[in-house]
Design a binder for this molecule. Structure first.
Ligand SMILES: [Zn+2]
Length: 446
């Protein structure tokens, strides 16, 4: 599938030992990696004379309609998002290999990216038989590259987890955190999910949501105090915006909320999107740290609220999440402009919500559930009503649009991939999501 692989050496042989179902990484020296002198002009980094890095941006749940709605709302008819200005575009199919479901979840989709293997929903980089698979994050660590996670989800949520851990069950987030510390050791881990790092009774920086019976957000690590373990391993731990701004370390753990860094709810039911630290600022800090590694790095950047607000058919908050993602892409693009040996990929692991863009039409067929007033809304009709109206930027309100949903779940439509930098030429066309593994691993390790 990837021509660039031909004739290149894989640097992964002998990297990994599997004991008790857990991957253990063995250090890989430059000599073992390729027998090349790193000082000569044809050293690490695919014979390009310099190491290469990858910034992989996941708008979780982001399909083509999410991108287009954000373009209309942010840039208008003649504008273009930064994520859509990348010179290479392709489409990826996202189907899982699940005993029951055709449509993927984030775990199976990210496992396909991280390992090149299709698997079942809920799997964190294990195959359909439950056996662990070597991941890009683990490969990066073994090859001496730096690794990083930036997300508005729990840092141990399915998408980042699949790049840096193995688990038969995506819900085992405390064990995934333990694997970050003991196995894959990413240099930068920034996002939410403090509850999974602290044992019951130790609420840390972020108190439970008292009175919220649906989501009380209490600490629940069964692996002990993983924050203390991280600090003992040399991580600087930060959990507030002030501590984050003052962070000055080459190994950084930041947990800025109990769970997600937002509240995913339908409109007016406690929905919030106001992360205490922005995705863009987390991305800036991560790049500052990771770029110090002379061997290159792999960084995953994720805006989780695109997916979770789409699950709630909350278009206004989804569009806020798209602004957050777009700002992070701006940061990544500025970095790539200064570091052209970096591959930047912006995509979504799957579509969520069955979103589409419609003209505002009060006689349209959709029923109650949306924010757009509907003449024909009938009691007991579909819950996937239309949201809006949203104004097209730059039109002084002369043009608007509605956003309509068909489901509160994921859908199986292909998602858009845009890219620039080394290897991006391999991302044109229409391909399965496993192809992103081929391209990213080739850029980093060949
Ligand atoms: Zn989802």
């Amino acid at each position: 599938m990837s021509e660039s692989r031909t004739g290149r050496r894989w640097r992964t042989a002998g990297v990994v030992a599997i004991a008790g179902g857990t991957l253990a990484l063995l250090p890989l020296t430059g000599a073992l990696a390729g027998g090349e002198d790193p000082a000569d002009g044809d050293g690490a980094g695919g014979g390009q004379g310099h190491p290469r890095s990858v910034i992989f941006v996941n708008g979780d749940g982001m399909g083509a309609a999410h991108r287009e709605a954000a373009r209309l709302e942010q840039e208008g008819f003649d504008g273009q998002l930064a994520m859509d200005q990348l010179p290479v575009a392709g489409l990826q199919t996202t189907d899982a290999r699940d005993p029951e479901d055709t449509v993927t979840d984030s775990a199976a989709a990210a496992s396909a990216w991280a390992t090149g293997v299709k698997t079942y929903n809920g799997a964190i980089s294990v195959d359909v038989g439950g056996d662990p698979l070597l991941t890009i994050g683990q490969q990066a660590e073994a090859a001496g590259l730096a690794g990083g996670i930036v997300t508005t989800a729990q840092v141990t949520d399915a998408s980042p987890a699949a790049f840096f851990a193995n688990s038969a069950d995506r819900s085992a987030q405390d064990d995934i955190a333990r694997q970050y510390l003991e196995v894959s050791r990413p240099e930068v881990v920034l996002g939410g999910g403090e509850d999974w790092w602290l044992p019951a009774g130790d609420e840390g920086t972020h108190p439970p949501r008292t009175g919220d019976t649906e989501d009380p957000e209490v600490s629940r690590s069964t692996q002990g105090d993983l924050v203390a373990q991280a600090e003992a391993q040399g991580y600087e731990y930060v959990s507030t915006a002030e501590e984050f701004a003052a962070a000055d370390s080459d190994r950084l753990l930041g947990l800025f909320s109990n769970e997600e860094m937002f509240q995913q709810r339908p409109e007016g039911q406690g929905d919030e999107f106001d992360p205490v630290v922005s995705l863009a600022d987390m991305t800036t800090t991560a790049l500052d740290v990771l770029s110090q590694d002379e061997d290159g790095f792999f960084l995953l950047v994720e805006e989780e609220a695109v997916d979770e607000m789409s699950h709630d058919n909350n278009a206004a908050r989804m569009l806020e999440a798209m602004r957050s993602l777009e700002a992070a892409v701006d940061v990544a693009r500025a970095y790539v402009a200064e570091h052209p040996d970096t591959l930047l990929v912006v995509t979504g692991d799957h579509e969520c919500g069955g979103l589409t863009i419609e003209d505002v039409d009060a006689e349209d067929e959709s029923g109650p559930g949306g924010t757009l007033p509907q003449e024909t809304a009938v009691e007991g009709g579909t819950e996937s009503g239309e949201d809006g109206p949203f104004v097209v930027a730059g039109t002084d309100g002369a043009y608007d649009f509605a956003l309509d949903w068909t489901t509160t779940g994921h859908t199986g439509v292909p998602t858009v991939v845009t890219a620039e930098g080394p290897g991006s030429e391999e991302l044109t066309g229409h391909y399965p999501n496993t192809h992103l593994y081929d391209v990213v691993s080739s850029v980093l390790f060949d």
